[in-house]
Every structure is written in structure tokens, then in C-alpha cells.
Ligand binder design. Structure first.
Ligand code: FES
Ligand code: MG
Length: 572
């Protein structure tokens, strides 16, 4: 490609006053004049933050990416964007995914970069970066930060999924606070994001299976030196991608989305994939529906024996061969001709993959579980759909079940009632939680796998059907129906459920039905009042007005699509 076509020339290639302004201040960093001679300028989009510990090693990782960029003759410049850590951000990091994506989009578009490397790690840092970059569509490569090493506590392996087990053990008096405190340090003993197939690992797998990363991106532990090798090579590769004009739109085609959905089913990935992938497709203008997730995962069994659906940890997944092994096993079902950022097809990238541990990664003939990764339910309770992850259920017999609803009007009501010994509930009841959807909470928090009532736990029961318009942590498990759309705050039928109503779940038939007549529902609707959500200013007010429902990806309506990379006016 001739240097004139590089978009950075619209800044650094100028003469006179504009060129002076664009270059002179850059030179205060000590860059020689020939740095501005028309070599590709590579942005490194950094989600480092002291408040996002999963991405705490990203300043160092960015330096490694730079080594590769310099080596390939590019000019690397890193820039910070809003960073979303799952653990600290209240009320939920998801409330800010779309805001962060706007930061990413406008930072890329407004600055003189020809290609961009996205440093993603903790859950929302991946979709927010990919969504923002997709709306600009310059050559883009993602590098994930990698999972933590497996935790070790009292002689056994632990990771994030154990939090839910520890918390119930603590409530039952089987674990002390001192033991919990010790486990905190034992679990998080190295750099990196959650060490199971939670949402962060699901997102790292998503970018790899979409073709947005070099092969093996998802599984290499953050602490393994090969994570740096991948970052270094990605720095080299983005410079070539700029020369080849390999833009995101050439990689993120419909076939790539189909591949990501299939790989996700095989790894038992997080239900959050549904929302994030729909949002990314919306940015790219690729048609993708919630039904696609069900249809495309239907004949794909669970191949990866990883928590929370299985037994092992991300570290084990890496040693067993990682995502390329999964892709090779699925190759007859994938769009193997889809192009990836290294310029090769999916088929070429995985053809030499070897599985080194058949207990960690199964085969289509001998899968870990036959249950499909994700099922999309329909019915009067979720007219636009709801999602369940059958492989995460602890009681497969609940896949077909009829039970009495125990209703919580919102999260505060749930917290108040759940320990009440007089709560009328048993293991056959169905827990229904309202007002935890995109608008209702707001921000659609990960509370859908709500803890069970103590009196049920005390009987040794560990799973019940739970239904809500919220999400669930990718590390969570149980028979949990999520993402009910339309949500309660929008006046979905979920808002009309009352204690004692009967609900029927039939996952095989993809059905979620509230056994209340249409007449009775109409009468209840006449009495229903839209809740006052209580935000009259700022971003949250904008979010509540503009956010679309879960079955569309919960993006802001005005952010769908893209504005491209052209900016014609100068700054002075
Ligand atoms: Fe950051 Fe789990 S909290 S990945
Ligand atoms: Mg999470």
C-alpha cells in the first residue's frame, strides 16, 4: 500500500502549521524526525487500571507489544481507555460496557492510528474494546491478558467458581471467615483474569474463534512467558495487517460469528457471550439473531472439561492444547475458510493442533457431556427469548419441571426474604427475580444465579430453577434461566408473575411458560405501573433511555453500526 493511503498521514504527513502542531508536541517524547516518515502508526488500546486487577500487568504487556511493532517498522503509541473490572465496579461493570465502547471508538477515530492492538482481559474489557473498534473498522488485532494460574487452597485446586461453593459453606457454618480470608489469597496468586471458563476466558476464546487474535490466545496463562511471545508477535503482525489493509470487516463476517458460537458451545462458555456477540454483530452490521445461538450450538456437545461446566482450569486447558484443538475437532462443522488476523484461515491455523490430555479436551465421539452449551427458550414468560446453559445445571432432571413461583420483586426484596424461615419454598419451587434487567437494575447485573434459601440448602439441596431478567457470572452454575426479554422494567410478562403461579420449564422443547390465562394477565397488566427508575441525569439516564433489550445485545440504540475511520477537519 502506498504511504499516502495511511490515515496517519492526514496528521503526520502534513506541511505548514498543521503538520507542525501534529508533530512538534510528539517530539517532546524524544522521537526522531524520521519516526514521522510514513511508517504505520499503531495504537495500543490499554485497559490497565489499578482498579482492574485482572488487567494489572497490562503496562508491561503493552511494552512487549511495542517491541514487536518497532521490530516490524511501525511506530507504537499506547493510549488508555475506560477499564471495567468485574469485582469492584458498582452496581455492575455491564452498566458501563457501552460507555467504554464509546471511549474506545472515539479514541481510535480521533487519533492518527493506522492499526490498533486491543489489550483485553477482565470480562467487559473485551466486548467494549471490540465493539468500539468495530465501529471504526481499521486493521485490529486483540491480545488477551491471559488467565491466572490455578489457585491452591488447603491442598486442592481452586478458582472463581469456588466462591459460590465457599459462600454456601460459610452460610451453613462449614467454613469460617478466617478460612475464607486465607482462600482469597490462595485463589488469586498470580497476574491474570479468572482461571476457569468464566466470562473473561469465554471472551478470550471468542476473540480467538472470531479470528481476531493469533492462535492460542485464549489459554496461555498470564504468568507464562509465552503470553509475552504472543503479545510480541501480535505487535509484529499488526504492522503487516496495516500494509495488507486487513480491516476488521474482512475478519468479522457472518461466518466468523457462526464459528464463535460453535466453539463457545464446545467449551461450555459463559451465557454472557450471547449478549456481547449480538452487540458486536450489531456494530459490524452482521445479521445475527438470538435464535442463531440455539440453532448453531444444537449439535455441539461439551468438549472442554473446564469449570464451571466441568472439572479443570484454564491452565490445564493450555497444557492440553487450547482452542486450536477444539477447532480441529469441530472442523467439519466450522466455516474453515474464514480468514483470521494472521492472514490464514481457521482451517490452516488449527490443522496441526494436538490434544495432549484427553481428559481435559474430549472428542465428538467421546464428549465430556452431551448437553448442548446454550439453549434459547421462548414462551409467554419470555416472548423475545431467554437463555439457559444446560451444561451448568447440577440437577439435569430440572430441565423439564413444573413448579410454583416464589417471587422477588427486586434484589432488595430477595435479600430481605431469602433467609426468612417462614418463606414458603421448597426444592420444587421456582425462584423468580424481577427488575435485574438492562433498565431495571440498571445495567443487568450478574445476580441471576441467586443463592438458594437456607432452608433448602440445609436439606443438602444444591440446585433449583431460578428465572430472572438478569445475567449470571460465567463462573456461576445451576439451573438458571437468564436474560428474560422483555424485562420486568419494560413491562414484560415477568413483571406480572405472582407468588403461587405455576411455571413450566421444558428445555428440550425450548419452552418457558407461565400458567396464567391471557385474561388474567391482561387484568394484572391493567394494574401494573411502570417503575420510577430514579435516574434523572448523567450517563445512567442516557443508558436507561437508549439501552436495547438483552435479545438484541443490550447496546445503546444509537451505537449500532459504525461511523468509519474518516475525520476530515483539523484541530486548528
Ligand atoms: Fe476479572 Fe473474573 S473478575 S475476569
Ligand atoms: Mg463476570
Amino acid at each position: 500500500m502506498s504511504e499516502k493511503k495511511l490515515r496517519s498521514r492526514g496528521w503526520f504527513g502534513k506541511e505548514g502549521k498543521d503538520g507542525f502542531i501534529y508533530r512538534s508536541w510528539m517530539k517532546n517524547q524524544g522521537y526522531p524526525a524520521d519516526e514521522f516518515d510514513g511508517r504505520p502508526v499503531i495504537g495500543i488500546c490499554n485497559t490497565y487500571s489499578g482498579f482492574t486487577p485482572c488487567n494489572g500487568h497490562f503496562r508491561e504487556l503493552a511494552e512487549v507489544v511495542k517491541r514487536g511493532v518497532w521490530e516490524a517498522g511501525g511506530f507504537p503509541l499506547d493510549f488508555p481507555v475506560m477499564s471495567l473490572g468485574e469485582t469492584l465496579i458498582k452496581p455492575t461493570a455491564m452498566l458501563y460496557r457501552n460507555l467504554a465502547s464509546m471511549d474506545v471508538e472515539e479514541s481510535i477515530r480521533a487519533n492518527p492510528m493506522d492499526g490498533v492492538v486491543l489489550l483485553c482481559g477482565c470480562d467487559k474489557t473485551t466486548p467494549s474494546l471490540v465493539m468500539g473498534a468495530a465501529s471504526v473498522n481499521i486493521p485490529t488485532i486483540a491480545v488477551s491478558g491471559g488467565p491466572m494460574l490455578t489457585g491452591r487452597f488447603q491442598g486442592r485446586s481452586i478458582a472463581t467458581s469456588d466462591i459460590w461453593r465457599f459462600s454456601e459453606a460459610f452460610r451453613k457454618g462449614e467454613m469460617t471467615q478466617a478460612e475464607l480470608t486465607e482462600a482469597e489469597a490462595c485463589m488469586s496468586r498470580s497476574n491474570g483474569h479468572c482461571a476457569v471458563m468464566g466470562t473473561a476466558s469465554t471472551m478470550a476464546t471468542m476473540v480467538e474463534s472470531l479470528g481476531l487474535t493469533l492462535p492460542e490466545n485464549a489459554a496461555i496463562p498470564a504468568a507464562d512467558s509465552r503470553r509475552k511471545v504472543l503479545a510480541h508477535l501480535s505487535g509484529r503482525r499488526i504492522v503487516e495487517m496495516v500494509k495488507e489493509d486487513l480491516r476488521m470487516s474482512k475478519v468479522l463476517v457472518r461466518e466468523a460469528f457462526e464459528n464463535a458460537i460453535k466453539v463457545n458451545a464446545a467449551i461450555g462458555g459463559s451465557t454472557n457471550l450471547v449478549i456481547h456477540l449480538l452487540a458486536i454483530a450489531g456494530r459490524m452490521g452482521v445479521k445475527l439473531d438470538i435464535e442463531d445461538f440455539d440453532r448453531l450450538s444444537a449439535d455441539i456437545p461439551l468438549l472442554a472439561n473446564l469449570q464451571p461446566s466441568g472439572k479443570y482450569f484454564m491452565e490445564d486447558f493450555f497444557y492440553a492444547g487450547g482452542v486450536p484443538v477444539i477447532q480441529k475437532e469441530l472442523i467439519g462443522k466450522l466455516n474453515s475458510e474464514a480468514i483470521t488476523v494472521n492472514g490464514k484461515t481457521v482451517g490452516e491455523n488449527c490443522k496441526n493442533a494436538v490434544c495432549y490430555d484427553a481428559d481435559v479436551i474430549g472428542t465428538l465421539e467421546k464428549p465430556v457431556k452431551n448437553l448442548t452449551g446454550l439453549a434459547v427458550l421462548k414462551g409467554n414468560l419470555c416472548q423475545n427469548g431467554a437463555v439457559i446453559k444446560p451444561s451448568a445445571s447440577l440437577k439435569p432432571e430440572l430441565m423439564k419441571h413444573r413448579g410454583r413461583a416464589v417471587v422477588f420483586e427486586d434484589i432488595d426484596h430477595y435479600k430481605k426474604k431469602i433467609e426468612d424461615p417462614d418463606l414458603e419454598v421448597d426444592e420444587n419451587s421456582i425462584l423468580v427475580l424481577k427488575m435485574v434487567g438492562p433498565k431495571g437494575y440498571p445495567g443487568m447485573p450478574e445476580v441471576g444465579n441467586m443463592g438458594l434459601p437456607k432452608k433448602v440448602l440445609d436439606k443438602g439441596i444444591n440446585d433449583m430453577i431460578r428465572i430472572s431478567d438478569g445475567r449470571m457470572s460465567g463462573t456461576g452454575f445451576g439451573t438458571v434461566v437468564l436474560h428474560v426479554s422483555p424485562e420486568a422494567a419494560e413491562g414484560g410478562v415477568l413483571a406480572l408473575v405472582k407468588d403461587g403461579d405455576y411455571i413450566e420449564l421444558d428445555v428440550a422443547a425450548r419452552r418457558l411458560h407461565l400458567e396464567v390465562s391471557d385474561e388474567e394477565l391482561a387484568a394484572r397488566r391493567a394494574e401494573w405501573k411502570a417503575p420510577d427508575l430514579g435516574y434523572d441525569r448523567g450517563y445512567v439516564n442516557l443508558y436507561i433511555k437508549e439501552v436495547n433489550q438483552a435479545h438484541l445485545g443490550a447496546d445503546l440504540n444509537f451505537l449500532r453500526g459504525g461511523s468509519g475511520d474518516v475525520v476530515t477537519r483539523d484541530s486548528h
